[in-house]
Design a protein around this ligand. Structure first.
Ligand SMILES: NC(=O)C1=CN([C@@H]2O[C@H](COP(=O)(O)OP(=O)(O)OC[C@H]3O[C@@H](n4cnc5c(N)ncnc54)[C@H](OP(=O)(O)O)[C@@H]3O)[C@@H](O)[C@H]2O)C=CC1
Ligand SMILES: CC(C)(CO)C(=O)C(=O)O
Length: 358
């Protein structure tokens, strides 16, 4: 299948390499042309994983987004949510009927990006979908080398508009056989693990993160108090899902630590052992704050308000994060009131997510 991968981060390079190795014809686009040059020059991305090290040929690498998207059945955007609106605007002139765009993970970006593309004047019948995590635990080890700690074993995925879920899932499954359907884009967004795992990790580790040059939030940064707050935050996410009427499995994050039922299987020990997560995290600019907290947790807290679900941990963490960055994160860019969606009743919200905005 022809697949476009959009973005320049760890996940995009893993996507381009893995999907190429699986036999797909991949076009990799990133906005930073100079940074892409090593891939263009060598024609390859090197994978390091349990199978060893190998060079994978990438069919196309380009800084022209129109060229990357042309003819692609599937467009995969494994980029942080903060990149989504810029990428939507850059893609808008080029999307065509039948294409499927997959956001692993999404942060409700499938709804926002679809509407941004329509607002830019492109009325093509494109289906958007999102899941709860990146299909790889991965860090770059060089300008065209990725170290993949593991791959996802389950990818719960919701589509926007949900009436085209079957088409979206059929296309995505060709690239990601472990995809599992969930109700709609909001259900997919409420599977996102980033806003659950990262806010407690960065807020409760704020002092060591600012004191030490590098700190491993998953190793010494994950103490019982942090786990306990994370578990409570995740129970709030699940209560919100239930208040929305979404069915189990809810992918409790505790499974990531205790079992092999979660999206990556039993991998937490491997992640800690890799040493790749001992890093410098700037509390103002790192995506754990700008993506998972300012967008993702703010979205979750607003859905809690909208469904009248009790969510003291979500709101408490959001308030402290707001204190760190000096902003009222209740009014974040993805909070339902900011999106103009908080006035809908549940039936109208369901209809919007199923049919798409008229
Ligand atoms: N890495 C991991 O193991 C995991 C990641 N995730 C999630 O997966 C997603 C991808 O993560 P990861 O790959 O690590 O992210 P990165 O932090 O590596 O992504 C950074 C890249 O995003 C691109 N980018 C940033 N802003 C923009 C923009 N406005 N327009 C276009 N491109 C932009 C930049 O490309 P350029 O340099 O070309 O400007 C940059 O290189 C995130 O949502 C993350 O939360 C989830 C679980 C695990
Ligand atoms: C590994 C994981 C799931 C937790 O930090 C992640 O999201 C990341 O590193 O970006």
């Amino acid at each position: 299948m022809k697949i476009a991968v959009l973005g320049g981060g760890h996940g995009c390079y893993a996507a381009a390499a893995d999907l190429s190795e699986a036999g797909h014809e991949v076009s990799l686009w990133r906005r930073d042309a100079a940074a892409l040059q090593p891939v263009i020059d060598s024609g390859c991305i090197t994978i390091k994983d349990d199978e060893g090290q190998r060079d994978i040929r990438i069919a196309h690498a380009t800084a022209n987004i129109g060229d990357a998207i042309k003819g692609a059945q599937l467009i995969v955007i494994p980029s942080p949510a903060i990149a989504q609106m810029d990428i939507a605007r850059a893609m808008a002139p080029h999307l065509t009927d039948g294409q499927v765009v997959y956001l692993p993970p999404g942060t409700f970006g499938s709804y926002l990006m679809a509407e941004a593309v329509k607002a830019a004047g492109n009325k093509a019948e494109v289906t958007w979908a999102e899941t709860g995590t990146l299909p790889w635990l991965v860090r770059k080890h060089g300008p065209n080398t990725v170290a993949i700690t593991t791959r996802a074993t389950r990818l719960p995925t919701g589509a926007y508009p949900a009436k085209r879920s079957a088409h979206a899932l059929d296309v995505i499954r060709q690239a990601f056989p472990v995809v599992e359907p969930c109700e709609d884009a909001m259900s997919g967004a409420l599977m996102n693990a980033g806003p659950i795992i990262h806010p407690p990790l960065i807020i409760m580790n704020a002092a060591p993160l600012q004191h030490f040059e590098a700190w491993d939030i998953h190793n010494e940064g994950t103490q019982p108090a942090v786990r306990s707050v994370t578990d409570q935050l995740d129970l709030e996410r699940i209560a919100i899902r239930e208040a929305m009427g979404y069915a189990a499995p809810h992918f409790p994050l505790a499974d990531h630590y205790n079992s092999d039922n979660w999206m990556y299987g039993d991998v937490h020990k491997k992640l800690v052992k890799s040493g790749d997560w001992r890093e410098h995290i700037d509390l103002h600019s790192h995506r754990y704050m700008t993506e998972d907290t300012m967008l993702g947790l703010s979205f979750q807290a607003s859905v809690a308000d909208w469904t009248n679900a009790d969510a003291p941990i979500s709101k408490g963490l959001l308030a402290i994060a707001g204190g760190i960055v000096g902003q009222d994160l209740r009014k974040g860019p993805r909070a339902l009131p900011t999106l103009g969606l908080s006035g809908l009743n549940k039936a109208d919200m369901r209809e919007l997510l199923y049919q798409g905005k008229a």
